[in-house]
Ligand binder design. Structure first.
Ligand code: GLY
Ligand code: MN
Ligand code: MN
Length: 493
């Protein structure tokens, strides 16, 4: 422990003395071999224009970056930008603030502008530790922002918030800490915003600071996907399906839940997906009954059912795909009965989907199939008991958030949603023991079209016979061998 602090102190001293001699450098030109299919600057500009269209007269929208989060002592979690900030700007760095104005504003130097982004200042020393920054020039050039300033300039930026009828903003994050390296940090941006706007501590309904409107406006925009977003979602979903397929081909009872998780995420990364949109859920047997099971600690999955809910995140857009499989390659009679019921519920929901249909119709269609089916199987005696074994909703929008923003009333063309019925029968349930520990969810991602839907996750099989067929196939992952651990773990690879 002592050594650790000594080394850290040494590094800090070196870094500080080095910085005394360092001179600000222009942004490095190292775009070689970077992905070329990020959202374009026109996309982000288009989203701001669309926002301006639906903002009320004489209003300003305030969007803040997400705070950084501590993972361990002085190590932060990998930074995840506020999806709204990313959507409207493409800016992925912390400590930033966006203002979008309904009407043109005139700056103190007489220039007209209708948006302004405050960003992290370039800083070679911090960039050596934490990664490259775009800075104002980079934001201007790469993200196409005309009015962009360093965060430290927000303090003296002249803006009369009192003249607006509405200041549209999300609930401010309550737990933002001061950043010890960054003067113009999110903490100060929030403080300065509160002072400049004279934001009251307690909000009333008539207040001009409007959280509700922020949610409504962003939902209205984000629930309908543009062609560029649909492209990225298609990729995220296809990649997730290939992860599912490869695991289905290579799965064995002596694998661990963690290993299965690793295989999915390895496939995602091979296809260029940077991460996952939520903690991967790999639940074997009884663990499948825990809806957001993310520990994935079982060392041998055995021959029971395996529920895998994994979504690749590709350039910010996340898939959400679940497959449930019999690890030994054949569904038992009971597993088949439950699986078929979930499949039929999903199909019933699919049939209702099209531009103008109602979320509720899809929800009811799936729930009725499951309730009737469970009664027929003798697992429940009356329809009201269905929530015992099907305790969640039917689905949700996906996009920059896995549970993406939207109104959840009518379905509209170009929405991308999940349909994910499930049945979970934990040990000890009041039904015949033969059903215990069976957990099945089938989750697919769909694009709503004028007359129906497109099943974007069709790349991974859903039907019983197709799942049994793919499990029997060989995988490119079958034959890799790693040495067994010398330090005591029994299992070899
Ligand atoms: N993976 C989280 C969900 O299905 O909603
Ligand atoms: Mn889902
Ligand atoms: Mn899911």
């Amino acid at each position: 422990m002592r050594n650790y602090f000594q080394v850290r102190l040494f590094l800090i001293v070196i870094a500080v003395s080095f910085s005394a001699f360092s001179v600000a450098q222009p942004a490095p030109e190292n775009d070689d071999n970077l992905p070329t299919d990020y959202l374009s600057k026109d996309f982000h500009a288009g989203r701001r224009a669309a926002l301006r269209e639906i903002m009320p007269n004489n209003s300003v929208m305030v969007v803040l970056a997400y705070p950084e989060r501590t993972f361990s002592e002085d190590i932060t979690y990998f930074y995840h930008q506020n999806p709204d900030m990313y959507y409207f700007t493409g800016y992925k760095e912390p400590h930033s603030l966006l203002l979008v104005f309904k009407e043109n504003q005139i700056s103190s130097s007489g220039e007209s502008f209708n948006e302004i982004l405050f960003v992290q200042e370039r800083n070679p020393q911090r960039e050596q530790w934490d990664g490259r920054r775009l800075g104002t020039d980079g934001v201007n050039e790469k993200l196409g922002f005309k009015t962009v300033m360093n965060g430290k300039d927000f303090k003296d930026f002249v803006i009369d918030f009192s003249k607006f009828d509405k200041i549209i903003l999300n609930q401010l994050p309550a737990d933002v800490k001061k950043n010890r390296y960054e003067k113009a940090d999110l903490f100060s941006l929030i403080q300065q915003f509160k002072e400049k706007s004279a934001m009251p501590e307690q909000m009333t309904k008539q207040n001009k600071f409007d959280y509700r409107l922020y949610q409504d406006l962003t939902a209205q925009l984000r629930e309908i996907k543009t062609p560029e977003e649909i492209n990225l979602l298609r990729k995220a979903i296809e990649i997730s399906c290939y992860g599912q397929n490869e695991v289905m081909k290579t799965v064995r009872p002596d694998m661990s839940e963690l290993e299965i998780q690793g295989l999915h995420e390895y496939v995602h990364k091979r296809y260029g997906a940077e991460g996952v949109g939520y903690g991967s859920i790999i639940g074997s047997g009884e663990n499948g009954c825990i809806l957001h099971y993310m520990e994935n600690t079982k060392t041998k999955i055995g021959t029971s059912m395996l529920l895998m809910d994994v979504g690749a995140e590709y350039h910010g857009y996340t898939a959400d795909v679940t497959r449930t499989i019999p690890v030994d390659g054949k569904f038992s009679k009971e597993e088949k009965a439950i699986y078929q019921l979930v499949y039929d519920a999903q199909e019933a929901a699919f049939k209702t989907l099209k531009d103008g249909s109602k979320w509720m119709d899809a929800t009811n269609a799936a729930r009725n199939v499951i309730a009737d089916g469970l009664i027929k199987l003798g697992i429940i005696t009356n329809k009201n008991e269905v929530s015992k074994y099907y305790p969640h909703g039917l689905g949700h929008h996906i996009g920059l958030d896995v549970h993406d923003r939207g109104f959840y009333e009518n379905l509209k063309k170009d929405m991308v949603i999940t349909i994910e019925p499930g049945i979970y029968i934990p040990e000890g349930s009041k039904c015949d023991k033969k059903w215990w520990s069976i957990a099945v969810r089938i989750e697919d991602d769909l694009l709503i079209t004028q007359n129906g839907y497109e099943l974007l996750s069709h790349f991974a099989p859903r039907k019983i016979e197709d799942i049994e067929k793919i499990i029997a196939q060989k995988s490119v992952l079958d034959n890799y061998k790693l040495p067994p651990l010398k330090s005591g773990q029994k299992k070899g690879f």
